[in-house]
Design a protein around this ligand. Structure first.
Ligand SMILES: [Fe+2]
Ligand SMILES: [Fe+2]
Length: 187
């Protein structure tokens, strides 16, 4: 049942990524959402996080801003609302739904968070880790999406990488240290 539900929700999120209204382009599906899911699979045991909860949260964590760009600024608030609607539609248990919502609500380290569950911490790390592993996506965002010049784009990507790095727990930093240091060298 959970597998069918997940496939259905994957389809819904992928379709939202493919829609013209998604300002990030379809790449956010292939180069961000899928990567964050992969990272949560990898990190769940490091955080003692429930893999089912954290993978669903990863699938849905940026869904609100993909669906509607007006929700981007507060997508940690709108994300849980959107997640609840979808999970309810597929009859997902209420207690687990709350855990998914809670992880989405705390996924942004730029927004100060006091209490973070194991799943929330795992998702925040998986999200930040995906930026460090996806430097070409960040360059694409800077140069194509934000139409920055060479130096401006370079500084923007570097700052974004440094912020993402600060968000990582020390043992997760160790997993991507090579990539981070290589990226900083190039930039
Ligand atoms: Fe996000
Ligand atoms: Fe994200």
């Amino acid at each position: 049942m959970i597998e069918t539900m997940r496939e259905n929700i994957e389809q819904i999120v992928e379709q939202a990524c493919a829609a013209d209204t998604n300002i990030f382009g379809y790449d956010i599906w292939t180069h961000h959402i899928l990567k964050v899911i992969e990272n949560t699979e990898r990190l769940a045991s490091h955080f003692d996080a429930d893999p089912e909860i954290v993978e669903l949260a990863a699938l849905l964590h940026d869904y609100a801003s993909i669906k509607d760009k007006a929700l981007y600024a507060d997508h940690h608030i709108h994300g849980p609302i959107e997640a609840e609607k979808l999970l309810k539609r597929f009859g997902y248990p209420e207690e687990k739904t709350e855990a998914v919502k809670d992880a989405i609500a705390t996924h942004r380290a730029s927004v100060t968070v006091e209490h973070r569950s194991a799943e929330g911490a795992c998702l925040a790390n998986a999200d930040a880790m995906s930026h460090i592993e996806q430097v070409p996506s960040l360059l694409y965002l800077a140069y194509i999406h934000h139409e920055m010049g060479i130096d401006e784009g370079k500084m923007w990507v570097k700052a974004k990488l440094q912020r993402s790095w600060q968000k990582l727990r020390e043992d997760v930093q160790d997993l991507v240290r090579d990539k981070y240091e290589a990226a900083l060298k190039v930039l």
